[in-house]
Design a protein around this ligand. Structure first.
Ligand SMILES: NC(=O)c1ccc[n+]([C@@H]2O[C@H](COP(=O)([O-])OP(=O)(O)OC[C@H]3O[C@@H](n4cnc5c(N)ncnc54)[C@H](O)[C@@H]3O)[C@@H](O)[C@H]2O)c1
Length: 341
């Protein structure tokens, strides 16, 4: 964690070390409105251009990507430029994708402004865009050139519902990585009482897992806990015209994937009951009927980790410990999570 002055100093040192003279800041219109001058001191050291995208998940598309590529080509940027992604997960995801593809790869840095991007999207080198409402259908693995500390002051302007969305991902880290964090979160009076140590735990946890499995071949799948069902709900709601934010969809996924873990006999009943109480207290958990599950199925089957028409899940056996890669048949899933008619 660091303040603005410290971040600028780190960046200037990095630019000097790496002889970087041209920086493009990629941001969205909300972040631009709140922080137009966050990096203003950089202009004393490097030449700075800024690209401001529309805010929100809709912008995470090939169309937006093409518009950014075109701008870079029009301005004749060469391979020496550095892209500084200044925003939430959407900006980190598009920016990383643009950086990995423009001129076959330019340098880039993520500087996250949402809770969700601080603890998740800005770390780990996964990027990409959605296609036809399918989440992250196209993307690459491409790692930022430095990992900056986060500036928690940026969260002061984040709308409450976005903080709640980030909280969904935070709960994921607790369920897969730390029973202590889970109990801490359960005892929080409100989201404004989140502490540095909670956010720091998630960032360190993700970094360690990514270091062990950078190309997402096994262990790293545990970071997808809650996302098999969560991504399907997010994609379905977007296509249905009632978009749900990423973290809120993940919270639904965490609920049902924990229920699945319990129904398959992995997660002890009393731990499931604790998760059930906690998630229902924090989020509006929607019922998943057979009919609704049928609607989610095509999105779940689109997941990159699936094989042979089975759906790949991470499951937990205790609060704070997860195992990846359980291949589950759709009827097993339905029996576990759908209420009896
Ligand atoms: N690549 C990864 O590893 C990874 C991991 C998790 C999530 N993601 C992706 O991240 C995306 C969600 O990210 P998100 O929740 O940050 O959404 P987002 O980027 O859309 O930001 C949420 C909203 O907050 C606004 N905002 C951002 N920072 C602000 C600030 N400091 N003050 C006021 N407003 C601010 C944005 O303009 C936007 O309207 C999804 O597309 C998801 O798939 C990627």
């Amino acid at each position: 964690m660091m303040n603005r002055t410290g971040i600028i100093r780190l960046l200037v040192d990095f630019f000097r070390r790496e002889s970087i003279r041209q920086v493009i800041i990629l941001t969205d219109e909300n972040v631009e409105k709140h922080y137009p001058d966050y990096f203003s001191e950089l202009t004393g050291w490097v030449s700075v251009d800024k690209v401001v995208l529309p805010a929100g998940e809709q912008a995470k598309s090939m169309e937006t990507t093409v518009s950014v590529w075109s701008r870079f080509v029009d301005r004749q940027y060469d391979k020496g430029v550095l892209l500084l992604n200044f925003g939430g997960g959407v900006i980190c995801d598009i920016g990383g994708f643009v950086a990995s593809t423009y001129k076959r790869g330019i340098r880039f840095v993520n500087f996250p402004t949402t809770l969700l991007a601080m603890i998740d999207a800005s770390v780990g080198g996964k990027n990409g865009v959605n296609v036809h409402h399918v989440k992250n259908a196209v993307g690459t693995f491409y790692f930022p050139d430095i990992q900056l500390p986060v500036d928690l002051k940026l969260l002061e302007t984040l709308p409450k519902e976005e903080l709640k969305s980030g909280f969904g991902e935070l709960v994921k880290y607790a369920l897969i990585g730390s029973e202590k964090l889970f109990n801490d979160l359960d005892a929080l009076p409100d989201l404004n009482s989140l502490k540095e140590e909670h956010i720091g735990f998630c960032i360190d946890f993700k970094r360690k897992i990514v270091q062990k499995d950078p190309n997402d071949t096994g262990l790293r799948h545990i970071l997808n806990y809650g996302h098999t069902i969560g991504h399907a709900i997010e994609s379905y709601s977007s296509e249905a015209g009632t978009p749900m934010s990423h973290g809120l969809a993940v919270a639904q996924g965490l609920y049902y994937e924990s229920l699945l873990s319990a129904k398959l006999g992995r997660l002890p009943k009393e731990e499931w009951e604790h998760i059930d109480r906690f998630l229902k207290k924090q989020f509006d958990i929607m019922p998943i009927t057979d009919k609704f599950l049928e609607k989610l199925t095509p999105y779940m089957l689109n997941d990159k980790k699936n094989r042979n028409n089975l759906v790949n899940f991470t499951l937990i056996d205790h609060i704070g410990h997860a195992d990846p890669d359980f291949q589950i048949a759709l009827d097993t899933l339905a029996r576990a999570i759908c209420p009896l008619p």
